[in-house]
Design a protein around this ligand. Sequence first.
Ligand code: ZN
Ligand code: ZN
Length: 179
Amino acid sequence: MRQYSRRISPHFYEHEFACKCCGQIGDKKQLMILVARLEMLRSKFNKPIKVISGYRCSNHNNKVDGAKKSQHMLTQAADIMVDGISPQKIAKLAHGIFNGIGVYDSFTHVDTRAIRASWDGTTKKDKEDVSDKRDTKPSAEKSLPEVKESIKDAKDTKEERKTSRSTKVSGKESKKEKG
Ligand SMILES: [Zn+2]
Ligand SMILES: [Zn+2]
């Protein structure tokens, strides 16, 4: 029935990564690389990964005021959630699998860029655990343009979650999310 419900890996379907506005998936080769990495990540906790944002076409990216060079436009990025695992924890597990990792309040952005970049896109003011982790070279891995991009990502995602609620009916997982 669904045009994009083709299974592309043991645990992922093509439609999960399709652009919310037009259903395109962009670069299929990149999608397969992305999905292979997501499978590697998934194997660390063996729970379903919800993809809340995958590919974005340039129209959609413009519409949501996304970064000009968003990894989402290259089919190299996914914003993901896992029930019962915090975005911070997912980010930790994603190290060594994904080069681009951004932590947000309710999801984790991962992408397959060539050069490592990680950032904190959360909005909470008290970041008490930052001081505990001085030994992890906090600033070396950060890249400012990415931070900018991901704040826009977050905006985008909020909008997308609204729409994905109505399009994605996945049995038991119809947990109610506000936002
Ligand atoms: Zn689109
Ligand atoms: Zn993202």
